[in-house]
Structures are given as structure tokens and as C-alpha cells.
Design a protein. Structure first.
Length: 210
């Protein structure tokens, strides 16, 4: 990932928080089957130097062969994103030397997948993934609410994957390279024209140290 210094985020804690908040990763592989990509929800565990991702895929998914081949894969996680018009910059009124850009937040991780075919591992992964998304509900749904034979049949159709993270990069491109007046204009424009308080908040918070 192209990482100008203004947009780098090297804090592992912040990177991990982001992945947990945006768990749907895009898993990229390259092999005999060519380039492949699938959107797969992942769980992050603070193990090893950079963490470990755990997920599952359908046995019928052709990408499984690439994941099982012992080659490195890339998983990309994406968060807030927004087009930024130069009309929001104070600099436009001063010089007109401005162009559009696109703000976004992303974390990329690399690692070599390990296939997990143990039913106990897979059941634990399914329960943990479900619980992570259900816990905020008043009456969370649990895997054991479904008939045992039904869950067993569903599990036979999937397989677990574990990816120890060998490398991780974070990019917070949220107008840090603009001056204070431009950043203020971006934040105001995002809220007034787009109703995008999330990106506006990122611009305001990240700009304080710029």
C-alpha cells in the first residue's frame, strides 16, 4: 500500500481496533487459479507479534485451494471513505490551486494461511464470530439455538482458516496534509452536504496533530 508519511498509522493497537470495528476483510490470493478475492468476516486475536486472523470459507469456494497452498495472502479491511471536493478548501478562494481527492481509512495484513479442519476449532470460530456481532442485541442469538443436526450439516460445508499476521499496515488518509482552514472546511462540508459525521470526525481529530 502506498503510504506517504502523513497518512501512516503504525500503532498496532489502533490497527487492531480498526479491524475489530470493520471485520469484513477482502482476502486476496494469487496462484495457479490466478488472482482471487473474497469478502470474508474475520476475527482478530492478539497472538504472536502482530496478531492472528481466524475465519472460515465454504469448501466449495475455489479460493480454498489457494489458501491451502502455503503461499502468502493479503487481507484488506476498509472503513470510512469520502470524496473531497476542492470547493470545501479555504485555499480555493485564495489561489484556486486545489484538486479533488478521496479520503479513506484502511488496514492491510499479510500472512500465510493455515487450514483448520478440526470440528472443535471450527465450532469455536463460528460461536465467537456470532457472539461478536450479536452481543449488543437485547436478546442475542446463539449458535446452539439452531438444531444440532442442522448446525453439523452446515459445518460440514465449511472449513476454518487461520492467518498469523506477518506484516500489517494502516493508512488514515483524512486530510492531514491540508492546512487548518482547509481541514475545517472539509469537516464542515462533509457534515452539511453529506451528513457524514464519521469522516468529518476523523478529519477533525487527525488534523489536531498536523
Amino acid at each position: 500500500m502506498y503510504l506517504p508519511s502523513a497518512f501512516r498509522e503504525d500503532s498496532l493497537e489502533i490497527q487492531h481496533e480498526f479491524i475489530r470495528a470493520h471485520p469484513l476483510g477482502v482476502v486476496f490470493t494469487s496462484g495457479e487459479g490466478g488472482l482471487m478475492a473474497n469478502h470474508i468476516p474475520c476475527l482478530l486475536y492478539p497472538e504472536g507479534e502482530h496478531g492472528v486472523l481466524r475465519l472460515h470459507v465454504a469448501r466449495a469456494n475455489p479460493q480454498l485451494a489457494e489458501l491451502a497452498a502455503g503461499r502468502e495472502c493479503l487481507v484488506a479491511f476498509h472503513g470510512a471513505q469520502a470524496y473531497i471536493t476542492p470547493s470545501w478548501y479555504a485555499t480555493k478562494a485564495e489561489t484556486h490551486k486545489v484538486v479533488p481527492t478521496w479520503n479513506f481509512v484502511a488496514v492491510h495484513v499479510w500472512g500465510t494461511p493455515v487450514i483448520q479442519d478440526d470440528p472443535a476449532w471450527l465450532r469455536a470460530q463460528l460461536e465467537a464470530l456470532t457472539d461478536s456481532q450479536e452481543k449488543a442485541r437485547v436478546q442475542p442469538w446463539r449458535v446452539d439455538e439452531a438444531p444440532a443436526d442442522f448446525i453439523a450439516a452446515q459445518m460440514r460445508a465449511i472449513i476454518g482458516v487461520e492467518i498469523p499476521i506477518a506484516r500489517i499496515e494502516g493508512k488514515w488518509k483524512v486530510s492531514q496534509n491540508r492546512n487548518a482552514a482547509d481541514r475545517e472546511g472539509v469537516a464542515e462540508g462533509l457534515v452539511s452536504e453529506r451528513g457524514d459525521a464519521v469522516m468529518a470526525g476523523l478529519v477533525a481529530r487527525r488534523g489536531k496533530g498536523a
